[in-house]
Design a protein around this ligand. Sequence first.
Ligand SMILES: [Cu+2]
Length: 333
Amino acid sequence: MIYLFGLLAMNHWPIWAQSKPFWLPAPESTTAPVMDRVFYLILAICSFFFLVIVGLMVLFVIRYRRRPGVEPGRTATHHNTLEIVWTVIPLLIVGLIFYKGFAAYMDMQTAPPGCYEIRVSARQWAWQFIYPNGHVDENLHVPVDEPVRLIMTSEDVIHGIAIPAFRVKMDLVPGMYTSTWFRAVRPGTYDLYCTEFCGDDHSDMLALVVVHGPGDFEKWLKDAANFLKTLPPAEAGEMLYRRRGCSQCHSTDGTAGTGPSFLGIYGKTHSMAGGESVVVDDNYIRESILEPQKKIRAGYQPVMATYQGIVSDDDITALIEFIKKLNQDNPTP
Ligand SMILES: [Cu+2]
């Protein structure tokens, strides 16, 4: 009943009360309140029937329990009116849930015209957000108050994008495009998760949604896209290391993850699974990025996917400089 009351009153709540539901993150997109209303509607209906059914059950168990001297009565016969009533009412309720849910889903699916389009590519275990000017980022940056459409696909297994504050959730499927859209209502930083179990590091497949204030987004995009030209190569390489998801598998502090750490590898001699030894130089790093399956480092699984067509030659040069610089910053004693 509390929920039902809350539901009826929700549109009239003052803004401070609307923005802080006690168990969901504050709604930060235009679709979020629509989703919340459907959620509370279903919750209210379920709570109501839960109370009625369990309440009556407890009451009947006590009231009609077996007692000495009380004989069971005749079993119930048909009661047409009752049966029609308890069929038609649930039918109407289920129809209402379907209608509300479907309308909200269509709302989420059907992007308004003139959306700003961002491509999303997921892989084990990183996100790539690809902007119209070619810039690729590991976080999702969007302008405030503008409809944004995500056109998404996966490079390997099924992933799911979820932005709880926006009430947005959609699967990314290899071999096809899916899409969703939202309009953020407030500048800020929000969490983004993968919600399909996609392998070992699924729980690390996280990113941020940065909603930029009016005018800031264009400036951010221009600066972000120019980082290869404006930053020293090693720093640009560090950006790429994070943006292209290398950081998911390669640490820079010496701890082995899914892949070997980058710390101190430059110039070292490593043994490969095939038995041969290889010196880690520019060409080996380049080959490891473009053809990772060619030489597999001993003790590791061949799980690194190729970055052919994803990183450019300039990107690779920057990544090499970054790996090199880790040696200088952390000289071995
Ligand atoms: Cu995933």
